[in-house]
Each structure stands twice: as structure tokens, then as C-alpha cells.
Design a protein around this ligand. Structure first.
Ligand code: ATP
Ligand code: MG
Length: 362
């Protein structure tokens, strides 16, 4: 049979806990999207790299796992982490090596209030559009460099160092990406976050490079915040923010706060991007494996769907991405929501509702 359909090869890594449920849901929605729209198809290859498998066999991914991933057009990731495995082992076995090996030096985390959902913030009750942010997270160095060590480990006087690494190249490229992001949005506004009063080397270099790159973008309104004051501003004056750039650690924390302020950690998406496009980028909801609700079928799949929409957009299918976002919001607006959003539906019900919306839209 002759077909002119563009085929996207997607590596799917469901991982642990609710990562499995929401990845299954995302695959179903993506398949419905391509079947309904036509012109492109997804071919999924599932990798059983998880903490459960690690406990059985002693490893997460094959020795050539990172090489295997390079063959795909994109990677879809669920969540990794399980109570029986120390978190630093699961993280450093899977997600962090992938981000580093595939040059995914940007992590983009949009936040806004979806139709039919509610922020816990009084400041945005009347106008939900006042909370509309993109957090650009440095994803390759900084506090998550993995460098350091412990001495006198087995005495009562252990000393550990945790070394943050900040490079001119690493900072400049994330700043450029952040300025470009700010430029692509209506408000043309970028806030940079550091802790350069207490941390006097790497954070000061961040400040310096920020002002240097800013000169190339005279049309972007800029400001600088210390991370502690930033958490307060996000709560009391969300409207004053638009695009935000921060280090690996700071942006990790701020984006959990952002997700909670937008109604639930279950709706927030993230894109791990290699902006050079030499390697596949990876898309994942920001939430973790949530062992407390794993296996119950009640995980909110919206963060997974939104992440899928970001993947579709990165692959160049703008119309499909916009349609998927519209379908998600039609469903939340109709009150078809999981418990974390105050609804009473389960994962499958929300998934079927989104699929039905897609079929209606196209
Ligand atoms: P990680 O270390 O991987 O970030 P975590 O321990 O920070 O994980 P999460 O798994 O992100 O925790 O979630 C924290 C809590 O939020 C969960 O225990 C769960 O109750 C709730 N939660 C997270 N994701 C969802 C979701 N998709 N749907 C519903 N509730 C969720
Ligand atoms: Mg977390």
C-alpha cells in the first residue's frame, strides 16, 4: 500500500507508578490524533526501563541504552522513582543521563490555568489569564552536576561536598533560549532568578551573562530576582511575570510551585530540548511516579497530554498540537476532571473524553 504519511518514531519510557498509566493514556490520545488528522503517524517503541525492573535485574537501561535512543525522532517519558530504590539512584540511572547525553540543555515548563480549572491563588480568581508563565530551566549543569564526594563517611564527622558547575557556554546558551522564548510571547518580558547575594561565584556569573545577552534584545523588558523573593512574587503578584529563566535547581523548585498554583501538579508539562535538533528531545509531565495513587487508575493524565502536545509541536505538527490542547481544555471546561482538580473522573474516563473531543474537532 502506498502511503505518503510522515512516520515519527517515538521511544516511549513509561517508567514507574503512575508513569505507566499516563504514558498509556498519552499513547492512546496521540494515536487518536494521528488517525483522525491523517498525514502523519506515530510508531511507538516501549522501553521497559524502570525501578521495578532494576529491583529484578540490577540495571535500568542496557549499556548502549543512550545510543539506542538517538535513533528516535522524540522520546516520551512517564516518571521514574519508587520507594524501594533511593531516589538519587533512579534519577541518575535514567533521566539525568538521558538529558545530558542527548544534549537536552533546556527544560521548558509552561504554566497557565486551563479552562474549567481553578488556581488556589486569590490573586487570579477573577482573571485566570493573569497567571501565564513559561519557566526556562537550565537542564545540563549547575547544582545537578553530580560532582562532589564524601570523606570520613563512616565516622561521626562525615563531610560532603556538592559541587555546582556553571560555565560561560552553558549559561549563555540558556540565556539566549530564554530571550528567544520571551521574544516569541506577546508580553516580551524576561525575569532572571538567582541567589547571587549569598552564592558569590556561579550566581554572579549568571547575573553578568544575563545583562550581556540582554543587550542583544533591547525590546525585551528584563528584571532580576533572588529566588526566595521570587516565590513570594509568584504567589502575590503572578500577573507581573511572563518568561522566567533559572538554574537547574531553582527552576525545578519554582516549576513545582508554578504547577501547584495553576491548580495541580498533575497538569504541568515539560520539554527537555536539544535546540540544535541533533538529538531527540524528551517530553514528560513534571510530576513523579506518585506511589500513593499508583495502580488506582485515578492519576490525572492532563500533564501527560499537554506534554504530548508539546512533543507534537516540536515535531512540526502545529495544527495537531493546537487541536490537542483545544481538546484537553474542552474536556476540563466540561468538568471531566480527576480528583486532584476537584472532579470525580478516573484516568480512563478523562482519556476517552479527550479522544472523543479530538474526533469532534477534526
Ligand atoms: P519526584 O521525586 O519524581 O518528583 P515526588 O515524590 O516529588 O516525585 P510526585 O510523584 O511528583 O512526587 O507527586 C507528589 C504528589 O502529588 C503525589 O504523591 C500525588 O498525590 C500527587 N500527584 C502527582 N502527580 C499526579 C497526577 N498526575 N494526578 C494526580 N495526583 C498527582
Ligand atoms: Mg518532585
Amino acid at each position: 500500500i502506498h502511503s505518503t504519511s510522515r512516520i515519527y518514531n517515538i521511544a516511549s519510557i513509561p517508567g514507574d507508578g503512575i508513569g505507566v498509566d499516563i504514558t498509556e493514556a498519552a499513547v492512546q490520545v496521540l494515536t487518536t490524533l494521528s488517525n483522525t488528522l491523517g498525514g502523519f503517524e506515530f510508531e511507538f517503541k516501549t522501553f521497559d526501563w524502570s525501578s521495578k525492573k532494576y529491583l529484578e535485574r540490577g540495571w535500568y537501561m542496557e549499556d548502549d541504552g543512550l545510543e539506542q535512543l538517538k535513533k528516535y525522532d522524540a522520546i516520551y517519558f512517564g516518571a521514574v522513582g519508587w520507594p524501594d530504590v533511593p531516589d538519587h539512584i533512579s534519577l541518575w540511572s535514567l533521566i539525568l543521563p538521558i538529558r545530558k547525553a542527548l544534549n537536552q540543555y533546556v527544560n521548558v515548563r509552561p504554566t497557565r490555568i486551563l479552562e474549567g480549572t481553578k488556581s488556589p491563588l486569590a490573586a487570579v480568581q477573577a482573571s485566570p489569564s493573569d497567571l501565564n508563565w513559561v519557566i526556562v530551566r537550565e537542564n545540563s549543569e549547575g547544582e545537578y552536576s553530580g560532582q562532589g564526594g564524601t570523606s570520613h563517611e563512616h565516622s561521626e564527622h562525615a563531610i560532603a561536598t556538592e559541587v555546582s558547575i556553571f560555565t560561560q557556554v552553558g549559561i549563555e546558551r540558556i540565556m539566549r533560549f530564554a530571550f528567544e522564548t520571551a521574544k516569541s510571547r506577546p508580553r516580551k518580558k524576561l525575569t532572571m532568578v538567582t541567589k547571587s547575594n549569598a552564592q558569590r561565584h556561579g550566581m554572579v556569573l549568571w547575573d553578568k551573562i544575563f545583562y550581556k545577552v540582554a543587550k542583544e534584545y533591547p525590546d525585551i523588558e528584563i528584571d532580576k530576582m533572588l529566588v526566595d523573593a521570587m516565590t513570594v512574587r509568584m504567589v502575590y503578584n503572578p500577573k507581573s511575570l511572563d518568561t522566567i529563566v533559572a538554574t537547574n535547581l531553582h527552576a525545578d523548585i519554582l516549576s513545582d510551585l508554578a504547577a501547584a498554583l495553576s491548580g495541580s501538579i498533575g497538569i504541568a508539562p515539560s520539554s527537555n530540548l536539544d535546540p540544535t535538533r541533533k538529538n531527540p528531545s524528551m517530553f514528560e509531565p513534571i510530576h513523579g511516579s506518585a506511589p500513593d495513587i499508583a495502580g488506582k487508575g485515578i492519576a490525572n493524565p492532563v500533564g501527560a497530554f499537554w506534554s504530548a502536545a508539546e512533543m507534537v509541536r516540536w515535531l512540526g505538527q502545529e495544527k495537531a498540537a493546537d487541536g490537542l490542547m483545544k481538546a484537553i481544555e474542552n474536556v476540563t471546561a466540561a468538568g471531566v476532571k480527576t480528583r486532584d482538580l476537584g472532579g470525580d473522573k478516573n484516568t480512563v474516563e478523562v482519556t476517552l473524553a479527550v479522544c472523543a473531543e479530538i474526533e469532534k474537532l477534526f
